[in-house]
Design a protein around this ligand. Sequence first.
Ligand SMILES: [Zn+2]
Length: 59
Amino acid sequence: MPDPALHATSTTERGSFCTARCACGWRGPARRARSQARTDAERHVSEAGDGPRPEHPVE
Ligand SMILES: [Zn+2]
């Protein structure tokens, strides 16, 4: 069961660029528009939620 908290995204502005980041460690490309960075983040979350799940080692 996917945990939405695992993919809490935010955007970070650096200079005139904006980058989307995720709590899982993912980072989007630097964008000039914050709306574009947000789109990157939304796509990441939807792909992470719908795509094949990474296998978690069980120990
Ligand atoms: Zn993520």
